[in-house]
Design a protein around this ligand. Structure first.
Ligand code: FDA
Length: 309
């Protein structure tokens, strides 16, 4: 718990980034979670996964931008990504995930509007390519703004999806509001260090909240995206799909690139729609630190690689 808290705090501190990034051993460990820094690396990962029957959602790594120019670069990276995906003709099997903090959401003057203005062309390009955008969810202070961007985008791009974090107390209400026809919701546990005033802090409470939200979403007419590596959750999702007579194309399981890849392939081969979240790009530090914080085994793996090199 303490280690995880320290790693999550470090994830938000760019000053520590250089120390971690410059370690040669880091690269080998990062490769497990991030297929590469270039667009070509991302496209190669998409080809490999789709050959295994696994759909993808691509994340151009970046978050917490501090000026508009950086936010414009995020937009342009996504437009280039959607262009690069077009020849693969995968349609909805290759979509994109965006973090609005990379689009300027936290900029002091009108950040919300900047993010909406810059993400809109990405949603337009995705629709033109026959695919969708999913809005990742960041710390709890961004939820209202992100859900407002979702509402705006869905007017013209109804397939736009959002992420709900089961750990937040508010999420059951948000899940009820979003369990409607046409809505795409990725339910996750939540990767940010949140105060107990707004979030469940104990694993067992987060798991119970996840189960309640999952039931709401699977019972509704929307398209639930079950974002978890947890075997108990995956089993429960299949039980609920059977109980509500859901067709295999009316919901999906999502896992992160490099985590339980055998299970991703196994589920896909058994007929479940599976999508891997594929992050790529140079700015992998925050993403990588959150993955370390999630699982002590990942930290052990990282430390071992530092001493064995
Ligand atoms: P948890 O970490 O509690 O693990 C439960 C069990 O799963 C473990 O006991 C083990 O059995 C299995 N497991 C987990 N990791 C494993 C591993 N590395 N190897 C083998 N088994 C493993 N968060 C957020 O705040 N905003 C977001 O937008 C997103 N987006 C997102 C997209 C997708 C597709 C996923 C899968 C996750 C996210 N997340 C996220 C992250 C999410 O909030 C959460 O931190 C991680 O998914 C970890 O939680 P789990 O549900 O996987 O279970």
């Amino acid at each position: 718990m303490l280690l995880s808290k320290a790693l999550l705090a470090a994830a938000r501190r760019p000053a520590l980034r250089a120390a971690v990034v410059r370690t040669p051993a880091t690269r080998a460990v990062v490769d497990r979670f991030v297929p590469g820094e270039s667009l070509d690396d991302a496209v190669a990962a998409v080809r490999a996964l789709s050959a295994q029957g696994v759909a993808v959602t691509l994340d151009h790594l970046g978050e917490d931008v501090t000026d508009r120019a950086q936010a414009v670069r995020s937009r342009d990276a996504y437009l280039a990504l959607l262009d690069a995906l077009a020849p693969l003709a995968l349609g909805p099997a290759a979509e994109v995930s965006v973090k609005l903090s990379a689009f300027g959401q936290a900029l002091p003057d009108g950040g919300h509007d900047v993010a909406l203005e810059l993400v809109r062309p990405v949603a337009e390009a995705a629709t033109a390519a026959g695919t969708t955008v999913t809005l990742d969810m960041e710390d709890h202070r961004t939820v209202d703004s992100t859900l407002a961007v979702l509402t705006d985008l869905r007017k013209e791009h109804p397939g736009t999806g959002a992420v709900l974090q089961a750990m937040l107390h508010r999420t059951e209400e948000d899940a009820k509001a979003l369990a409607v026809a046409g809505s795409r919701v990725r339910l996750v546990k939540g990767a940010y260090d949140e105060p107990d005033t707004v979030a469940y802090r104990r694993k067992k409470d987060v798991d119970a909240a996840y189960a309640r939200c999952l039931e709401l979403l699977m019972a509704g007419p929307g398209y639930p995206m079950v974002g978890s590596h947890d075997p108990a959750i995956i089993t429960r999702a299949h039980e609920l799909a059977a109980q509500h007579s859901r067709a295999a194309d009316s919901w999906e399981v999502q896992m992160l690139y490099g985590i339980r890849p055998d299970e991703q392939r196994r589920l896909a081969a058994a007929g479940t729609t599976v999508r891997a979240y594929v992050p790529y790009g140079a700015d992998w530090y925050g993403y990588f630190m959150r993955r370390l914080a999630e699982r002590p085994a990942n930290v052990t793996f990282f430390l071992r690689s530092l001493v064995t090199r």
